[in-house]
Ligand binder design. Structure first.
Ligand code: ARG
Length: 492
């Protein structure tokens, strides 16, 4: 409809279907209608269009707002949702509909619409991440005394608890939620009024439009408004980081549920079997989540590459960023959702974990520390003595719980030619993993009491975030309702 001035021919079908953005614009439908509502109200308030004309436009926009987007004509020749909306209004309201696009461009409109759409989208991701944190913390609460080996280099390192591990993942995810809060801040700046890039000489009121749409402030520069998508890059970066963290949970689920580790049982509802091997129980949810992380990094990398060296101001290249943004949002939101359900049902194999922590020399560090504390040995000497104890035991095929004080004494002789005295009870206490864990009551450590304190801190943070999300959701909802109320009044 807007080609008739400049062109004599319609766009070639392959060219219009190659360049249209209608599919990824579906999520922008309501935001675009809202922007047109606010803009039309402002145009009338500023006397740029007449009140009766604005009423007709608003009436049609209200109809459109209540129309199912699937019912709209989305043929590629419309190019994008912005033109679909304008076409609808012109068809319904008649010629006055052509006044709606006064002092407005698709360039500022699309930036504004993406920001508005993201308010809901980011909220849903964060809600699901909070659910995941909650199910991890519930696991943590149930397993304060569930001993397990902790790992460094994927080798048994020191004893800890299942609670300590689950709380660790929660702490990381809470930072992801916080990072998304920070990214959300960049959605508060309004690009509308920038028009194509240079604003307009018509006497518009940018602040009024920003205010009606719930933006806290205006962008500082109109070229920047239509050229930038760093707000989207920031959100995608935060999403990518949270996928890193979720993929690490997924990886541990896969490792620990293997026959080799045998430390956890994944609920049947989140596993699949083989079409040929009847014994198989595959943790497919964890596999897909691990893989999807890569897809989201790809989205981020695609978006960064698209933006790199792109000259200012608006270029249609920017349109190609939108689907990557939606995919990153959707995949992160779904990963958090399904992982939270799966993690709630994971069962630790407590006996296996306990036996492994006992037999795996996991208390070697604690034993060395005991030599330091009880005998005043330099840590290096203690390290050498216990290291030799482990070497000797490995050679004899013994585990640490099969060793005695005498073994320790001879290890000391072997390693340092040193005679040491240590009581049987100090030795047995040191190689008892439950003791080692209980003794690490330092802040953030694995002792059941300390983990309980961590859980409280993490739960409090979760509650604070839930509050922030509620306020944000309410504010966005109220702004929208206020605008619609105004539109209803003015279109009567
Ligand atoms: N569909 C476009 C996008 O998503 C909207 C802006 C188009 N502007 C233009 N001059 N063709 O970025």
């Amino acid at each position: 409809m807007f080609r008739k001035g400049r062109f004599e021919k319609e766009m070639e079908a392959s060219a219009s279907s190659y360049t249209d953005s209608l599919e990824e614009d579906v999520r922008l439908f309501k935001p675009v209608v809202q922007i047109n509502m606010a803009h039309t109200i402002m145009l009338a308030d500023r006397g740029i269009i007449s009140k009766p004309d604005s009423s007709k436009i608003l009436k049609s926009l209200l109809n459109l707002y209540n129309t199912d987007v699937a019912k709209l004509d989305m043929s590629p020749e419309f190019e994008d949702i912005h033109m679909v909306v304008e076409e609808f209004v012109i068809k319904e309201a008649g010629e006055v509909g052509g006044k709606m696009h006064t002092a407005k461009s698709r360039n500022d409109q699309v930036a504004g619409a993406i920001k508005i759409a993201l308010r809901d989208e980011v909220l849903k991701v964060q809600e699901n991440l909070i659910e995941l944190v909650n199910s991890l913390l519930s696991q943590s609460e149930k397993n304060l005394n569930t001993l397990m080996p902790g790992y460094t280099h994927t080798q048994i390192a020191e004893p800890t608890t299942f609670a300590h591990y689950m709380a660790a993942h929660s702490a990381a995810l809470l930072r992801d939620i916080k990072r998304l809060d920070d990214a959300y801040e960049s959605l508060n700046s309004c690009p509308l009024g920038a028009c194509a890039f240079a604003g307009t000489s018509l006497p518009i009121d940018r602040n009024q439009v920003a205010n009606m749409l719930g933006f806290k402030r205006l962008d500082d520069n109109t070229i920047d408004s239509v050229s930038s998508r760093d707000f989207a890059l920031q959100i995608m970066s935060a999403l990518a980081i949270s996928m890193v963290n979720m993929s690490r949970i997924a990886e541990e689920v896969l490792l620990w549920s293997s026959v080799e580790f045998n430390m956890i049982e994944v609920p049947d509802e989140f596993a699949s079997t083989s079409s040929i091997m009847p014994q198989k129980k595959n943790s497919v949810v964890a596999e897909i989540a691990r893989a999807k992380a890569g897809q989201i990094f790809g989205d981020l990398m695609g978006a960064l590459s698209l933006m790199k060296a792109l000259p200012l101001s608006y270029n249609l290249d920017l349109q190609e960023l939108t689907p990557m943004l939606w995919n990153a949002i959707d995949q992160t939101r779904d990963a958090a959702d399904v992982m939270s359900k799966m993690m709630a049902g994971v069962k630790p194999n407590k006996d296996v974990m306990k036996n492994r922590v006992k037999s795996g020399f996991s208390t070697a560090t604690e034993l060395a520390d005991t030599l330091v504390m009880k005998l005043g040995l330099p840590f290096r000497d203690a390290h050498a003595i216990v290291g030799r104890l482990v070497l000797n035991a490995s050679r004899e095929g013994k585990t640490i719980d099969q060793l005695t004080v005498d073994d320790l004494k001879s290890a000391s002789k072997d390693a340092l030619e040193k005679k040491i005295e240590i009581s049987e009870s100090d030795f047995t206490a040191a190689i008892d993993p439950a003791n080692a864990v209980a003794a690490r009551g330092l802040p953030g450590g694995p002792a059941p009491k300390t983990v309980a304190a961590q859980i409280k801190i993490l739960r409090d943070k979760t509650k604070q975030h839930t509050k922030i999300l509620k306020v944000r959701d309410r504010t966005v909802h109220e702004t929208e309702q206020k605008l619609l109320k105004r539109v209803r009044e003015l279109s009567r």
